[in-house]
Design a binder for this molecule. Structure first.
Ligand code: KG4
Ligand code: ZN
Length: 361
């Protein structure tokens, strides 16, 4: 084992301004996340200009706090990692420019990290997982199955052809008058609901492979809501709970079945490393976790889900991915550029309509 390395991580690709200090033993010395939910609440979605301005105003404070909480100064660091994409260009630029400045001022190595790689490498930070493993990345802007082969080698074996599940949870919440972000609110309502009352579709289950679709589910929810309102003259509390439960069950059913298929495919390639990990904000959903765990148990596969605060956007995952890249000799030049679009697997075919929102990872 060489010297323990300590990295600062910076994340500003969507609506969380985050900074963290992580060392190469996997210790998270600090992880600060400042959300922007309040700033965007009135608009029903993330407004890029507002997000960019807030990142620019808050980033240096959040970095200072992360260093102070960790009890380290800039001279104690061994490198600076920053999300260089994909995401909203204004926010990504704020982070990249700050990281470039810090690296130039200190002479520290600068490492640009793909936000999705940050999510995908999280089980190595939390559980010391070895390569390869299957990763289901489910968030507000992305949904894909990745075979994580190495720090810089990800093979996509399926993904959404339209919306991401988190986006569908957020839309569902909006249609039912629940607060944003929608996932936790819909999950809470669903606990007291009947998942069988409304017959929601299970998109693409009839089609082979691991691709997914969630936009039809949003439309189905809208129709079901309107039908209840037309019949009863309004939406009762129990109607809302049943709609949430039905919607969540449909998402969980589809993700469980497609995970089963992705696992079969993965196990054919790597039977000796039977591990499936999940990451991204939607991975915080307990009902979904339970379903995925059952799928894995049936196939005798180890299931790993990081703690909730490391499922949603954070900078600890960026610091860690930066450390991993640094150890692999992947250091960036001082003029590191921001990349609003940056697929993890450049060889995978582009899925029509996927990543439409493009803002979140
Ligand atoms: O990974 P994340 O923090 O941001 C990116 O999208 O990169 O994920 C945020 C998404 C939101 O759409 C939010 O509604 C969803 O994750 N989410 C959940 C839950 N908690 C957060 N979705 C379902 N159930 C949850 N408990
Ligand atoms: Zn993300």
């Amino acid at each position: 084992m060489g010297k323990t390395l300590t990295f600062l991580g910076i994340e500003s690709s969507c609506d969380d301004t985050a900074a963290a200090v992580v060392d190469s033993t996997g210790r998270i010395l600090s992880s600060e996340v400042e959300g922007q939910v309040v700033l965007h609440a009135a608009f029903g979605g993330v407004v890029p200009e507002i997000a960019a301005r807030a990142h620019a105003e808050r980033l240096d404070h959040v970095v200072e706090r992360a260093l102070a909480t960790a009890g380290v100064g800039l001279r104690d660091l061994d490198g600076i990692a920053v999300t260089a994409g994909p995401g909203l260009i204004g926010g990504v630029l704020s982070g990249v420019m700050l990281a470039r400045g810090l690296a130039a001022g200190t002479g520290l190595p600068l490492i640009g990290v793909n936000h999705l790689a940050g999510h995908a490498l999280t089980p190595r930070l939390t559980d010391g997982l070895d390569f390869p493993y299957l990763m289901l990345l489910v968030s507000g802007g992305h949904c894909q199955f990745l075979i994580v082969e190495d720090v810089d080698r990800f093979r996509r074996v399926g993904g959404t052809i339209d919306d991401a599940p988190g986006e569908a949870f957020d839309k569902t919440a909006k249609l039912l008058g629940l607060p944003q972000p929608g996932g936790p609110a819909v999950e809470a309502e669903a606990r007291a609901g009947d998942p069988r009352r409304f017959a929601f579709p299970r998109p693409l289950l009839d089609r082979e492979g691991c691709d997914l679709s969630f936009s039809g589910l949003k439309t189905a929810l809208l129709r079901a809501r309107d039908a209840v309102m037309a019949n009863a003259g309004g939406l009762r509390l129990q109607d809302r709970r049943d709609l949430c439960a039905g919607f969540q069950a449909a998402v969980a059913d589809v993700l469980a079945e497609k995970t089963r298929r992705a696992l079969s495919l993965y196990l054919e390639l790597s039977p000796a490393r039977a591990v499936c990990a999940v990451a991204g904000g939607v991975a915080a959903n307990q009902a979904l976790r339970a379903r995925l765990e059952t799928v894995c148990q049936a196939l005798d596969v180890q299931f790993l889900a990081p703690p909730l605060r490391l499922c949603t956007d954070n900078a600890a995952m960026i610091a860690w991915a930066g450390l991993e890249r640094f150890r692999a000799g992947l250091v960036d030049p001082a003029d590191l550029v921001a990349r609003p679009r940056w697929p993890l697997d450049a060889t995978a075919p582009v899925l029509i309509g996927s990543g439409k929102k493009g803002a979140k990872g």
